[in-house]
Design a protein around this ligand. Structure first.
Ligand code: GLU
Length: 278
């Protein structure tokens, strides 16, 4: 009798522990994998053509399309996706905290970031460039030394400027590129620097048409990957498989054309999974 009581008590403790674990994991991994209710996905909210929250509350852009396709392969319908804004400087932390299951947010694969997160992909190759006023004489990276330049905290773009492109530029950092574009328009800065894929999208917006130009410099290789929590190898593998099938079934091509065609962005061919262009 005594023994049975102990067993019942430990069973209750065990049940509680299991419940607590289940509860904790559903909260901390951005959603269960497959068939679950919702999946949380990190994107940018202010990058036209890549990740944009439209005034009506809907979302558009290549990253949104890639993420939607990948989520489909993980077993989630578009209606089960909960979009979360992950700004450049927040991405590693958002994954570590489990705020989102994965991130598709113009997120370049770098050795430094790989210490903290794992990357599926790459699924797009972009290059760092400059956006300047249409009448600007800035035409190469070194022209930026001594000039006012804007980029985003936590981006490879800001790092590259300081380390190699123009260490003597007066770099102003914001939390998003849309603030930089406003500074360029007002004349507070002489150039905005980040990936050409992002800059082309801004330049093509109706409200900026004719005002800006891209310098057309390939200042770096930015291999866009999908970030997952470090060690989540099951999700990583499923995402890599999804990206490979997105290319082979033609969806990749349709989606790059749909999102980058209007901005006249000359995108690179689809990268091979696991092959990083240095
Ligand atoms: N792709 C670069 C990066 O991951 C720049 C764009 C961004 O800030 O998202 O840092």
């Amino acid at each position: 009798m005594k023994l049975r009581k102990v067993t019942a008590a430990s069973a209750a403790v065990l049940a509680l522990a299991v419940a607590a674990t289940a509860c904790g994991s559903s909260k901390s991994d951005g959603g269960s994998s497959g068939g679950g209710n919702k999946i949380k996905i990190g994107i940018k909210y202010d990058q036209p053509g890549i990740g944009l929250k439209e005034p009506n509350g809907s979302f558009s852009g290549f990253d949104v399309d890639v993420a939607t396709y990948v989520a489909g392969k993980l077993g989630y319908k578009p209606s089960q996706i909960e979009w979360v804004e992950t700004k450049s400087a927040d991405r590693e932390n958002a994954l570590a905290r489990g705020d989102v299951k994965f991130i598709a947010a113009s997120y370049s694969i770098t050795d430094e970031r790989k210490q903290k997160v794992d990357f599926a992909g790459p699924y797009l190759l972009a290059h760092q460039d400059l956006l300047v006023k249409a009448n600007s004489t800035i035409s190469k990276g070194t022209d930026l030394n001594g000039r006012n330049l804007c980029s985003v905290t936590g981006s490879t773009s800001a790092q590259n400027v300081q380390k190699k492109i123009a260490p003597k530029a007066n770099l102003k950092e914001n939390s998003g590129y849309s603030e930089c574009i406003a500074s360029l328009q007002s004349g507070a800065v002489d150039a905005v620097t980040t990936d050409d894929s992002i800059l082309a999208g801004y330049a093509a917006q109706d409200k900026y048409k004719g005002q800006f130009k891209l310098a057309g410099l390939k200042l770096s290789n930015e291999n866009y990957g999908i970030g997952v929590k470090k060690g989540d190898s099951a999700t990583l593998k499923k995402i890599n498989d999804a990206l490979a099938s997105m290319v082979s079934d033609g969806t990749w091509k349709t989606d790059v054309e749909k999102n980058f065609g209007p901005a006249n962005y000359k995108y690179e061919p689809a990268p091979k999974i696991g092959v990083i262009v240095k």
